[in-house]
Design a binder for this molecule. Sequence first.
Ligand SMILES: Cc1cc2nc3c(=O)[nH]c(=O)nc-3n(C[C@H](O)[C@H](O)[C@H](O)COP(=O)(O)OP(=O)(O)OC[C@H]3O[C@@H](n4cnc5c(N)ncnc54)[C@H](O)[C@@H]3O)c2cc1C
Length: 458
Amino acid sequence: MFDVLVIGAGFSGLQAAYSAQQAGLSTVVLEARDRVGGKVWSVPLASGRGCAELGAAWINDTLQPRVWAYAQKFGMKVVKQRLEGQAVMEPGLDERFVFPFGVTPEFTEQEKKNLEHIRDHIQAESLKQGPLSGEDDNVTLDQYVRNLGALPKIIQMVNLWAQVMHGVEATEESAAWFIDYCRRNRGLLAIRADDASGGQYLRFQDGSQTIANRLADLIGTSKIHLSTPVATIDDHSSHVTVTSTKGQTFTARKVILSIPSTMYKELNISPRLPAAVQEVTNGTVLGDYNKAIVCYDRPWWRDLGFNGYFASYAGPVILARDTSVDEKRHFALTCFVNGEPGREWSKLVPHERRAAVLHQIARVFKQDRNSEAYRPIEVFDQIWQHERYSRGALAPITALGHLTRFREVYGRPVGNLHFVGTEYSPEWKGYMEGALCSGELGAEEVVRALRRRERALL
Ligand SMILES: Cc1cc2nc3c(=O)[nH]c(=O)nc-3n(C[C@H](O)[C@H](O)[C@H](O)COP(=O)(O)OP(=O)(O)OC[C@H]3O[C@@H](n4cnc5c(N)ncnc54)[C@H](O)[C@@H]3O)c2cc1C
């Protein structure tokens, strides 16, 4: 019998297993996929010029200590997000502003003031401490900013934040959930920033999945069972039996479940989770959070004075950034196709998806059919909703009112079952850093619980 069995080898599960091992506990990890990393997935380019980050990419060296410590430990080279040049904002299909990056787009004076008012209000809310308001949890983010007097273009900007940050529309998450997300992640401005003050500052030259692979080596790959999807968890009070879809059984004193809470209902858990835990976790949703990564032989947009960043209300791409690694001659635009536009785009067949993205890139940068915009050397598209073992991204979003109503049970242990995942992290929720933080805390929770049990038996 193992001390701890961890379900899932994403960042939170791997960290939980590693921390538990470091505390002297015997550990085993069961992972459904044939790889570790979960929503961190770095795929080699056919061109040999590095890799495409189909999942997580950006980190920050000063604000995210856990991920940065691994980057250093594993000698990982980073590249700074390139900001030099003009950005583009596309408020509609036939409207386009080119503006210096980092500056409010060329809205009217009234719209600029209105945007600053809404942004500053949410920033102030996101720097406050203390409990969230139940009232704000029962109102959508969209309604919340309308109540603050947001003008139509600013309502669309807030919607873009919800799409970019969570893969949903502002009508699909509560204002309190949005504010809580900002609170855990150092405020709205830090989440949105692409420089040293924010979440999109650095990327890994050789892929963020290296951290997962190296962590797996530290844990011991023989202790990680890949291609082993868990089907059943039976908590017998003195121990837990876990059975895979292939019928293999494992026994442990404690189980750490690291899959997104939206997917708990797919497991056969006995005894059944308490009604309140079922209600809150059955109610969470995962966003439509998709990437189209378009790789070119050269960064042609830079010659035109652009830095590759564009945001669009017209879609299907809602936001794009230059994700090149110049040192490797890897030149790419990473396009996020999220929220409702992403939902529609993901119904298209692959060549239609690719065409939609290329047409938009050409439209945004005013390029014609014969331009380099239409001649990528490689294109990746990754739809996380289609992934059997993810079912969307970034992190599960609680239903209206649930975050405050179920605060006492959401993420709390039940019997011998402990829950980790980026969604539960007190810091950098939704990020790799948050997953590591939650894994660390989950392992500490298990260590404490096992010590208490041992003391009780003495
Ligand atoms: C497109 C995209 C872009 C992102 N960008 C960034 C970014 O720039 N920076 C950043 O920090 N973060 C980013 N993230 C978020 C980051 O990837 C996640 O926050 C983090 O990886 C979540 O880790 P986790 O361990 O909580 O969950 P997961 O990675 O989802 O891990 C859960 C694991 O459980 C496994 N599993 C599921 N079901 C079962 C089962 N039945 N049995 C066994 N195993 C199972 C899964 O296969 C998976 O390995 C991005 C994510 C996506 C998708």
